[in-house]
Design a protein around this ligand. Sequence first.
Ligand code: PGA
Length: 252
Amino acid sequence: MTNKLKYFVGNWKMFGDFTSFKTVNKINQFSRKYKKLHKNKIILCVPNTLIFFFNKKLQSKNISLGAQNCHYYQNYGPFTGSVNSQMLKKTGAEYIILGHSENRSEGDTDKIIEKKINSSIKNKLNVIFCIGESYKQKKNGKTFSTLRKQMKNSLKKISNLNKIILAYEPIWSIGTNNIPKASQLKKTIKFIKNESKKILKIKKPIKVLYGGSVDPNNARSFSFIKEIDGFLIGRASQSAKKFIDIIENYYK
Ligand code: PGA
């Protein structure tokens, strides 16, 4: 079993209220003990309405909290219903998911995502930048060109790359219980790491997580793909038991 640092990131999506603190608390307590066994980092990206509350309520913090999106504009402005990265930082968020396919499908372009990344980094948030191909792009053999384009268009001008983690999330895997074949996933993660070195002109590859239908039953199978630096977990992260089972099964 690997002793490399692995990330387990929960993406709660539009879920949860103040009573959900019990879920956060259970995961936090688990993390306190489990960190001694394996090198891992747990991050929960929850709705904006809950970040400040969870942050205040957690007594000893063994996990990090994050947001799931922000407006691209850096300052205050006439954007009804929106929240920028600076406002999120002040709630106690340390991380932010950007470029998720659910936001891309609502109009987030590569350029808008680039602005969001820039503003988040300026405000000292760590960015979890999602990329991924659709089923049609996969069928047409366009997986690698799609991923390359997404990385190039949103990351090329970013200066502080230490603050970026990539998350490979094939759109056809999200919420579907379909996961890529291990051999294909290994190839794709390797491609992303190599390509990120070329595009960003860096020596050490960027960290790459996998996301899409990760659950307690398939968690162990991913541990054989050493190139994966962790997971972005959607539905299963809304339950403390499932989220903890994923982590324990991964290390079994
Ligand atoms: P899922 O979602 O685990 O429910 O497939 C993953 C994600 O959208 O980040």
